[in-house]
Design a binder for this molecule. Structure first.
Ligand SMILES: [Zn+2]
Length: 231
């Protein structure tokens, strides 16, 4: 009888262990869904849109809030991280992509080839963009559409101009008064490939213009500060 009883006890222990694990997973899911605001993953009312826009960039043309994010981000905003879409996609399509929970991907903003700007993850939350929790906790991430597939992954002049304007606006509102591209994760302007050797994101074209982007943003920020000082 003894071995049978032992076997029985083993099965009960296993069952109990399984139940405990299931309870923990359920609790974790419940906890993370509790933290997720109810405005993510659905169409917003005009009033909600206005509220969300007021908390983020006034340059936004389109909003769809992705559930793929940490609510709120785990650090304060100190950086910007630039990505490319690896394609010429519309903002609505990227939004549909980021709405899929199993893709586990998102960005704070995206810019299409005509220079329109979308918001997917509010600045107060961490988007899942750069293969680095540490970076994305501190960074506002921006996806830029390519008007060339492959090669240098060129981006349109309209998208490039919108990128400078958006970067300047994010810096200004978040008290980043100087953007530095140091070529490594220490700088306040970072790129995806610094955090993963599996990607060339944001592609050769944008990468070659990072120093120039930082300089253009800094010039505008300095001008703003001068104007502020004169008032
Ligand atoms: Zn990327």
């Amino acid at each position: 009888m003894e071995p049978d009883r032992k076997g029985f006890r083993g099965i009960w222990c296993l069952l109990l262990g399984f139940c405990l694990l299931a309870a923990m997973v359920l609790a974790l899911c419940f906890w993370s869904s509790m933290k997720r605001p109810d405005i993510v993953g659905r169409k917003l009312t005009d009033e909600e849109r206005a509220e969300v826009a007021a908390r983020n960039s006034p340059l936004i043309d389109y909003i769809f809030l992705s559930p793929n994010a940490d609510f709120p981000r785990g650090d304060s905003i100190k950086k910007l991280t630039i990505h490319h879409m690896a394609g010429d996609f519309g903002l609505e399509m990227i939004g549909a992509n980021f709405s899929q929970r199993d893709r586990r991907a998102s960005s704070n903003y995206a810019i299409d080839s005509s220079g329109r700007i979308a918001l997917y993850v509010e600045e107060s939350n961490r988007a899942w963009t750069s293969s680095s929790k540490e970076n994305d906790d501190q960074a506002v991430t921006i996806e830029v559409a390519n008007d060339e597939t492959g090669g240098n992954w060129h981006v349109s002049d309209e998208a490039y101009e919108a990128l400078i304007a958006l970067c300047t606006d994010i810096c200004r509102r978040n008290g980043i008064w100087r953007l530095d591209f140091t070529g490594n994760p220490e700088g306040s302007l970072t790129i995806h490939k610094m955090f993963s050797d599996k990607t060339e994101c944001p592609g050769p074209y944008l990468e070659s213009r990072m120093v120039e982007i930082a300089a253009a943003v800094n010039e505008r920020l300095a001008k703003d500060r001068e104007e502020e000082a004169q008032q």
